[in-house]
Design a protein around this ligand. Structure first.
Ligand code: NDP
Ligand code: GDR
Length: 374
């Protein structure tokens, strides 16, 4: 019998990579998707199987992490071997604007799933993965951060995730549930949401290079992050649930770079050399030179980035750098994709999309480019 997995957040970046990974391993995969007024399954459309086909192994169920009865019913119907709780209001800046909703989904959502497992008597059968985060460290007390570094969350998102982290530990200790926290540092991909900083940069620069947008407006360019590739990180989510004993693991590359450096490298992929002028909220990025054929709309002297204080956060996480030594020693995990490789993949993807838009526009079939967000 194929193992059954239930993924919350299956329509998100990680959910889509994890669903692909588990299907490749022969799992029957069930995902929870939210009802929306327009299609929200773009990231999993390529693996969707019509339920009318012979022996489908990928199923989507309508649901929401704020709805206990819905979660319990889905859990009762599937009786999964593994639950991956990836669903979340995952945007840190948005959590300052919607703190209560963020707590409901990110903190209580985890509790609802854990309680459903317990209520249905599935403790002996169902293993649980909680998508914890490096945001728990917040105001960092030591570098690099490990599984024993103290937490100091700095946003409603991180505080909600702290509750979910401890609930996961508590259900392991109180009820013997096989429950693990993956403390994942930032991970990106061409499927990354458009309002997270890496994708905002690769998408924004590709659009500017093709003449579809004028300028990128950014927040804190000095923030330091440890960026890996989502594909590498979902492998570790699965590995954690295959161990003999449940435990918590940091997943990171161990390397740290600034947002400004990411911007420089992404521009480089488009043949653009940037020069930064000014400081603080006056800082701008100007094109110093352009080469190749990827940025036909740009010339030296063009301003492609301005800092806008609107994107600063009420409390910032200035620096994060993880030490995934435990995951390496105990589970043999190591990231496989380097940051330059990932940036190249993201820029190539966004350039292809931008070129398509530019071509449509050229033929008078202009589509509006979605407005940039947070
Ligand atoms: P995304 O934002 O790409 O995906 C979030 C998913 O959660 C989407 O499928 C979204 O649905 C779903 N979701 C949101 N609200 C609800 C709700 N109320 N009920 C059910 N589902 C909901 O996040 P990522 O894939 O990047 O991250 C996956 C998880 O890992 C998240 O929990 C995130 O907080 C955590 N994490 C992420 C890191 C990263 O760098 N990516 C690092 C550390 C932790 P919809 O598509 O409809 O919006
Ligand atoms: P983060 O990711 O907050 O680390 O959370 P994000 O990409 O949003 O920000 C990273 C850093 O870049 C700075 N920044 C900007 N951020 C955004 N979004 N937009 C901007 O214009 C901008 N300019 C500068 C931010 O201030 C920040 O310091 C992500 C999410 O995936 C979480 O769900 C996850 O838990 C953590 O990573 C680990």
């Amino acid at each position: 019998m194929a193992k059954k997995a239930l993924i919350t957040g299956v329509t998100g970046q990680d959910g889509s990579y994890l669903a692909e990974f588990l299907l490749d391993k022969g799992y029957e995969v069930h995902g929870i998707k939210r009802r929306a007024s327009s299609f929200n399954t773009q990231r999993v459309d390529h693996i969707f199987q019509d339920p009318h086909e012979a022996q489908p192994r990928f199923f989507l169920h309508y649901g929401d992490l704020t709805d206990s009865s819905n979660l319990t019913r889905i859990m009762a119907e599937i009786r999964p071997d593994e639950v991956y709780n990836l669903g979340a209001q995952s945007h840190v800046a948005v959590s300052f604007e919607a703190p209560e909703y963020t707590a409901d989904v990110d903190a209580l959502g985890a509790l609802r799933l854990l309680e459903a497992i317990r209520f249905l008597g599935l403790e002996g059968q169902t293993r649980y993965y909680q998508a914890s985060t490096s945001e728990l460290y917040g105001l960092v007390r030591e570098t690099p951060q490990t599984e024993t570094t103290p937490f100091h969350p700095r946003s409603p998102y991180a505080v909600a995730k702290l509750y979910a982290y401890w609930m996961t530990v508590n259900y392991r200790e109180a009820y013997g549930l096989f429950a693990c926290n993956g403390i994942l540092f930032n991970h990106e991909s061409p499927r990354r949401g458009e309002t997270f900083v890496t994708r905002k940069i690769t998408r924004g620069l590709a659009n500017i290079a093709q003449g579809l947008e004028g300028c990128l407006y950014m927040g804190n360019l000095d923030a330091l992050r440890d960026w890996g590739h989502a594909r590498d990180y979902v492998r570790m989510q699965w590995l954690m649930l295959q161990c003999e004993q449940p435990d918590d693991y940091v997943i990171a590359t161990g390397e740290q770079h600034s947002v400004r450096q990411f911007l420089i490298w992404a521009a480089g992929e488009l043949g653009i050399v940037l020069e930064f002028r000014g400081a603080g909220i006056e800082e701008i990025a100007v094109v110093a030179s352009v080469s190749g054929d990827k940025a036909p709309a740009l010339k030296p002297g063009d301003v492609v980035m301005r800092v806008d204080p609107k994107y600063f956060r009420p409390a910032e996480v200035a620096t994060l750098q993880g030490d995934a030594g435990k995951a390496h020693r105990q589970l043999g995990w190591k990231p496989q994709t380097t940051l330059p490789e990932m940036i190249a993949e993201m820029v190539a993807n966004d350039l292809q999309i931008a070129r398509r838009h530019a071509l449509l526009r050229h033929h008078g079939l202009a589509e509006p480019v979605a407005a940039e967000g947070k």
